[in-house]
Design a protein around this ligand. Structure first.
Ligand SMILES: Cc1cc2nc3c(=O)[nH]c(=O)nc-3n(C[C@H](O)[C@H](O)[C@H](O)COP(=O)(O)O)c2cc1C
Length: 209
């Protein structure tokens, strides 16, 4: 069990951890992640989320096959114009694409809806919960990463897992203890001053003090 860490330490050091040990994660710990997830806000407190925890080896393999195929098509050998990725991200994301099934658990975060196209508003009621899972994993000494490449095979994955039509999958999170060599730490982000405007778009100077 990891030592308790503070909120800001968790926020500042949370990052994508893609090298995971296959050791099982206790059920109570997985449920703790979901408990933290549902503390998140949702539109009108509608709580339209459902979380599918997948531990079955065959199901993990089949989902991972889809995930890997999607990776190959978007970033890998089958991509016609792969988006640029920093070499470290490419290396670790390739590792995850090749080894997703070895994570002891996958959490598929889903959202119920009334039909209609996928939208930012819909996502706004599930991604805060996903971020809570990532932060809770950080706090519990587990690794994870927000992934969405499975969406390339949304229908196949929904059929495989018996997910109804009025449910959209939002994120696939591998969960496991962190493998040697990987870990949490400082993240590289654009400076706050560069991406913050005050009162008017483009105005960087907010100093009134
Ligand atoms: C919308 C979204 C989709 C993502 N999809 C994937 C994915 O499919 N596979 C993956 O390995 N990482 C995925 N990531 C993780 C990002 O690559 C990661 O957050 C980013 O590189 C920053 O890395 P860091 O948190 O380690 O600093 C996704 C992140 C977001 C927010």
């Amino acid at each position: 069990m990891s030592k308790d860490i503070g909120l800001f330490e968790a926020i500042y050091s949370q990052r994508a951890v893609r090298y995971l040990k296959p050791d099982p994660v206790p059920e109570a710990t997985l449920l703790r992640l979901i408990e933290c997830a549902v503390k998140a806000p949702s539109g009108g407190n509608s709580q339209p989320w459902k979380f599918l925890i997948i531990r079955d080896e065959e199901l993990k393999k089949r989902i991972s096959r889809h995930y890997r195929e999607s990776w190959e098509r978007v970033y890998g050998a089958k991509a016609s114009s792969p988006p640029p990725l920093a070499s470290g991200v490419r290396r670790s994301a390739t590792h995850l694409a090749e080894n997703m099934h070895t994570a002891p658990a996958l959490i598929l975060a889903c959202i119920e809806h009334n039909g209609g196209p996928s939208s930012m508003g819909r996502g706004a009621s599930i991604y805060p919960a996903v971020q809570n899972i990532l932060l809770a994993a950080r706090g519990l000494g587990l690794g994870s990463a927000l992934t969405t490449l499975h969406k390339g095979f949304e229908n196949e994955i929904k059929t495989l897992l018996g997910i109804p039509d009025n449910v959209e999958t939002a994120a696939l999170l591998p969960i496991g203890y962190i493998a040697e060599g990987d870990g949490y730490g400082p993240t590289r982000r654009r400076p706050v001053g560069e991406i913050t405007f005050w009162d008017t778009w483009g105005r960087h100077n907010g100093s009134q003090d």
